[in-house]
Design a protein around this ligand. Structure first.
Ligand code: NAD
Ligand code: ZN
Length: 365
């Protein structure tokens, strides 16, 4: 097991990473929570697999345990769902000292995180991520939100948990496409951090791609540790330091939207965005071309898409320029000077931006 510690202005907490750590959930939570009740909140896919182990660990630590189970999927991230869960907590007499355990992927982490952040102005929260994406990203950093009308994550806040328990053993049941999708975010950290993390990803790629057993505790905690360090410097996304986490996301997000959120998973779109970013990094920041090739070949070996063929390049460019991160002087990119050496706030000439989008959407280079 790996134990990380997040030291944030608003709160400090442990992040436990390892196979089987869900069994330690109750005891670890007892150290930081006084309340009598715990509600485990999860979705219909995760419940049959991990609700019981999580609940029995909590019972063993003297929590009175109940559940909330919702259907799976992004469409659950609504204010209506938040209100419904408020009703359950109200009926069951929850207090601020009681704890909500969000057990599942990023959807569960975001939705129930927002519930915990706002019920009684904030009750105890533990994140127990069960997807690779949530273990290296969504369950860390304190962003909680629901979607509102066309706005993804449009209504939310920053709210740090009291504990994060990332059981890497739960990844064994993850659908392969979801695992690959999380792997794209892992590659993002590999490119940002370079060094040993990148080398580990190349070793996994060499073995033929990422399987659940390849996701070691060390790998997840290296990614989680990178994110925590960034968030410690910029908890509320105010200093610009947190921007590095957007590597590959400016173009990736535009591709995700252009694909109607259905053609690509978030991770697949990020993988495409990372490929485009590597190309821009060589052209604009002098990244050594062989390092960019190393990044691309890991994405290849992980089975992540190479091109967003047949998406209209003009629409993607429009979406990029409309991106909420676009400053007054156009879009600012996170690029790499080398593996492990990100630079933020880089502007890219419009012609080059268009060329790279034509390339990633399968048009002429
Ligand atoms: N708050 C943040 O900082 C942050 C960061 C990145 C993404 N997100 C959010 O995360 C969400 C995406 O998260 P996700 O990719 O984890 O999706 P998800 O929560 O929808 O999970 C993916 C699918 O896997 C299933 N599942 C989860 N764990 C499983 C397991 N161990 N075994 C079998 N099936 C399992 C789920 O039921 C779901 O069907 C998006 O809503 C995104 O906005 C938030
Ligand atoms: Zn992402």
């Amino acid at each position: 097991m790996q134990r990380l510690h997040a030291r944030l202005p608003s709160r400090s907490y442990d992040v436990l990473v390892g196979r089987g750590v869900l069994e330690a959930l109750g005891a670890a939570l007892r150290d930081v929570v006084d309340g009598a009740q715990a509600v485990v909140c999860t979705d219909e896919n995760v419940a049959p697999l991990y609700l019981e182990p999580a609940s029995s660990s909590l019972r063993a630590a003297d929590f009175e345990v109940s559940h909330v189970v919702i259907p799976a999927g992004e469409r659950q991230k609504t204010l209506e769902r938040v209100e419904e869960v408020f009703g359950v907590l109200y009926e069951r007499g929850f207090t601020r000292d009681d704890v909500l355990v969000a057990l599942g992927g990023g959807v569960v982490n975001d939705l129930f995180g927002l519930v915990a952040a706002t019920y009684l102005r904030g009750m105890r929260l533990a994140q127990a991520p069960t997807t690779l994406l949530a273990q290296v990203d969504a369950a860390l950093g304190g962003k909680v939100a629901v979607d509102f009308r066309a706005g993804k994550n449009h209504v939310g806040t920053f709210y740090q948990p009291w504990l994060v328990v990332a059981d890497t053993g739960t990844l064994a049941t993850l659908p392969p496409r979801e695992l690959r999708s999380g792997a794209a975010e892992v590659v993002k950290y590999g490119l940002l951090a370079g060094g040993a993390l990148m080398a580990e990803l190349e070793a996994i790629a060499e073995r033929g791609g990422m399987r659940p057993d390849d996701v070691s505790d060390v790998l997840v905690s290296a990614c989680a540790g990178y994110k925590i360090a960034v968030v410690e410097d910029d908890e509320r996304e105010e200093t610009g330091r947190r921007a590095v986490l957007n590597l590959g996301h400016t173009i990736g997000h535009a591709l995700e939207v252009a694909g109607g959120y259905s053609r690509f998973t978030h991770g697949e779109a990020v993988a495409l965005g990372l490929r485009a970013t590597l190309r821009l990094s060589v052209a604009v920041c002098g990244m050594p071309p062989d390092e960019a090739v190393r990044g691309e070949s890991v994405l290849d070996r992980f089975g992540l898409p190479a091109r967003a063929a047949r998406l209209p390049a003009e629409q993607v460019v429009r979406l990029i320029r409309r991106d909420k991160k676009a400053g007054r002087d156009g879009v600012r990119y996170v690029l790499l000077e080398a593996l492990g050496a990100p630079v933020t706030g880089v502007s890219v000439a419009p012609e080059l931006e268009e060329e790279v989008v034509r390339w990633i959407t399968g048009g002429a280079a």
